[in-house]
Design a protein. Structure first.
Length: 71
């Protein structure tokens, strides 16, 4: 293969790899945004669950600690 043909082949390969890198970067960026959103949602759910657990614990302190009737 003459040098100019080889150089063209390398440049074409480089262009395709650059396009692939750009596409992958876009995917990674989208995934990061989705992860940030999911992390925020999980944090909010944890806070709600913690609040419910605290309110349930306060309410259960007033109840006698007995086994349910089905035991």
């Amino acid at each position: 293969m003459p040098l100019p043909d080889r150089q063209i082949a390398i440049e074409e390969l480089l262009a395709h790899q650059q396009q692939l890198i750009d596409e992958l970067n876009g995917v990674v960026t989208e995934q990061r945004l989705e992860m940030d959103s999911l992390i925020l949602k999980v944090s909010r759910l944890e806070n709600r669950l913690s609040g419910l657990a605290q309110s349930t614990a306060l309410a259960s302190d007033d109840l006698p600690h007995e086994k349910p009737p089905h035991y």
